[in-house]
Design a protein around this ligand. Structure first.
Ligand SMILES: C[S@@+](CC[C@H](N)C(=O)[O-])C[C@H]1O[C@@H](n2cnc3c(N)ncnc32)[C@H](O)[C@@H]1O
Length: 308
């Protein structure tokens, strides 16, 4: 059975979770997810008994508060989502914009949930004042409240009593992780941090990420990091430096939906880096993966473009 997924977040690891989870070490005490977003990996880990306790962290305060509401007050959160969602049937086309303005004034996490569900591609975008700026997707109504309630209640059942919520920068929210713990890291990718298409409310330059990874290594904290990838021939981001001692795997993330919409048949490859303390079980090493891709991929997606 698939884990519940109450927050439909662009960049969610819901579909990749089983592939990533294969590399999680046994007997993890605390599972840290400091770039949580929709916390897809935490939900997967909780459902499959991969850790005893969990820390959900994010620098976006609204999403951390939303998680607190989902886990600690599931019925109230589901009822409030129903009320906000139902308002769109009675109100005119401007309803989304009014909820957005209210969120930007009052920062109610349930308003944020509605905005995430109704906005274009479920892709949050913020301006420099931290205001939500993404527009409404007029072709969809957002997750139905019945489905949302089921997902919220199931997520609460999985996590209640064994999760802590932390708002802040990833290094602060995982500062107490030890050798018995595990951190799943999914920062904004380089390809979405530079250029025009900046996602999420904060970006993370590679220059800031690397010292943090070195710090985790020095403390013996085991971690897996999702970072960058490629779609078709287009590649995002340079490799991480060898001195970190990470094992670099490539995971086939399926067809790119954006490419499919544009009429191209391209597959998306994501990088997964494992910290030195983790054996790459059943891993497909990068080189072998590249050779396999060379046979399988269409001619316009040159496997060399994947070699770093
Ligand atoms: C790629 S998304 C994570 C998606 C997540 N794995 C999921 O399954 O939904 C990255 C998240 O990191 C958060 N973030 C960005 N910079 C951060 C930082 N310096 N510290 C903590 N969180 C940060 C963003 O708000 C966003 O929610």
């Amino acid at each position: 059975m698939r884990p519940p997924h109450p927050i439909p977040y662009q960049g969610s690891k819901r579909l990749l979770a089983p592939l990533i989870a294969r590399h999680v070490p046994a007997e993890v005490q605390v599972w840290f997810e400091p770039f949580a977003g929709s916390a897809a990996m935490t939900l997967h880990a909780a459902q499959h008994g991969l850790a005893r306790r969990f820390v959900i962290g994010d620098s976006l305060g609204g999403i951390v508060e939303l998680w607190r509401g989902i886990v600690e007050q599931p019925e109230q959160t589901a009822a409030r989502y129903r009320a906000v969602w139902s308002g769109q049937a009675r109100n005119h086309a401007d309803y989304f914009n009014r909820v957005r303005a209210r969120y930007n004034r009052e920062r109610d996490p349930v308003d944020l949930l509605y905005l995430i569900c109704r906005c274009v591609k479920n892709a949050v975008r913020f301006n420099s004042n931290g205001e939500f700026t993404q527009s409404v997707d007029r072709r969809r109504l957002g997750m139905h409240p019945d489905r949302m309630r089921a997902a919220i209640l199931a997520a609460s059942q999985l996590l209640a009593g064994r999760v802590e919520f932390r708002e802040g920068d990833w290094l602060q929210t995982s500062a107490d992780a030890t050798t018995r713990d595990f951190a799943y890291l999914d920062p904004p990718y380089l390809g979405t941090t530079i250029g025009r298409d900046k996602r999420y409310h904060r970006q993370l330059a590679q220059a800031d990420l690397l010292p943090g990874l070195a710090q985790l290594n020095a403390r013996g904290v085991r971690f897996a990091l999702s970072y960058d990838g490629s779609t078709g021939g287009k590649h995002y981001g340079p490799p991480l430096p060898a001195h970190l001692g990470l094992t670099h795997l490539l995971i086939e993330a399926g067809r790119s939906s954006q490419a499919t919409l544009a009429g191209r048949n391209e597959c998306t490859i994501e990088s997964l880096y494992l910290s030195p303390g983790i054996a790459a079980l059943d891993a497909v090493p990068r080189d072998r993966f590249n050779r396999r891709l060379a046979r399988a991929m269409p001619a316009n997606a040159k496997p060399e473009s994947l070699a770093r």
